[in-house]
Ligand binder design. Structure first.
Ligand code: ZN
Ligand code: FE
Length: 267
């Protein structure tokens, strides 16, 4: 994952991306390589909108990439696989819970797609098997329910130390990497973020922009890792203002993260 990529390389536009709104607040992301015709969907919350977007674009689905086994991320696996014959790729740890799984993956695995490499990064915490998919040349990362814009997923299976380690890895990706996540939760996350770091001007500005995007019925993602590092409290346990807020000074980052996550659970 690290070192395989030239950081000076310009983000490649060789792939086309389509964000597909599903269910109430889920996103699926389509990634298409015009050269080879390869087309992947990251998570399959709902057959209809994904199939409709593929039909409109004239794309044939070749890969299904699941970030984790929750039903709002795998529900349409079998219907899409049946219609398109796509290969289903997802965390090996959850083999029994991912419908139609063909290729189980784990941390450090590499998947080839459209002449590029997709790096599999284990990001346990929301679930123990959760993975992120990272394309260093395309400068894009799919974070599922681990990292959201201005927030992070609930810890259903892991603990704070584990989840923090996962988020810490994601925040060390190059700052111009674009992050796609599994849900449109950005405004609610932003409202919480402002309660713990009200003095963060980058955060204030981002929340204003998010409100405007949503007024225009536009998605608030993708967003760069760099902007998330400046605005997302769950990536900012070093912030003096946040540490003051949770009354934790001189402790490890994961403990501050854990306190923030507990506050958000009550928000
Ligand atoms: Zn989930
Ligand atoms: Fe989800």
């Amino acid at each position: 994952m690290k070192g395989a990529c030239d950081p000076t390389i310009e983000p490649q536009s060789k792939f086309d991306f389509r964000l597909v709104r599903c269910r109430t607040d889920n996103y699926a992301v389509l990634m298409h390589d015009p050269e080879s015709g390869a087309t992947a969907v990251v998570d399959t919350p709902e057959f209809g909108p994904i199939d409709e977007t593929l039909r409109q674009e004239g794309w044939k689905l070749t890969h299904i990439l699941n970030t984790h086994h929750h039903h709002d991320h795998v529900d349409a696996n079998e219907a899409l696989k049946e219609k398109y014959g796509a290969t289903v790729i997802g965390p090996e740890k959850n083999r029994g819970q991912i419908p139609g799984l063909d290729q189980g993956v784990k941390d450090g695995d590499k998947i080839s797609f459209g002449g590029e490499v997709i790096d599999v990064i284990a990001v346990p915490g929301h679930t123990l098997g959760h993975v992120a998919y990272y394309l260093c040349n395309a400068k894009v990362v799919f974070t599922g329910d681990t990292l959201f814009s201005l927030g992070c997923g609930r810890m259903f299976e892991g603990d704070a130390e584990m989840m923090w380690h996962s988020l810490d890895m994601l925040r060390h990706l190059p700052e111009d990497t674009l992050m796609y996540c599994g849900h449109e939760y950005t405004l609610n996350n932003g409202e919480f973020a402002l309660t713990v770091e009200p003095g963060n001007e980058a955060l204030q500005k981002r929340v204003e922009e998010v409100r405007e995007l949503l007024r225009q019925r536009k998605p608030t993602i993708p967003v760069s890792i760099g902007l998330e590092k400046r605005t997302n409290p769950f990536l900012r346990p070093e912030s003096p203002e946040i540490r003051e807020k949770v009354n934790m000074k001189g402790v490890e980052n994961w403990r501050v993260f854990g306190a923030l996550r507990a506050l958000k659970d009550q928000f």
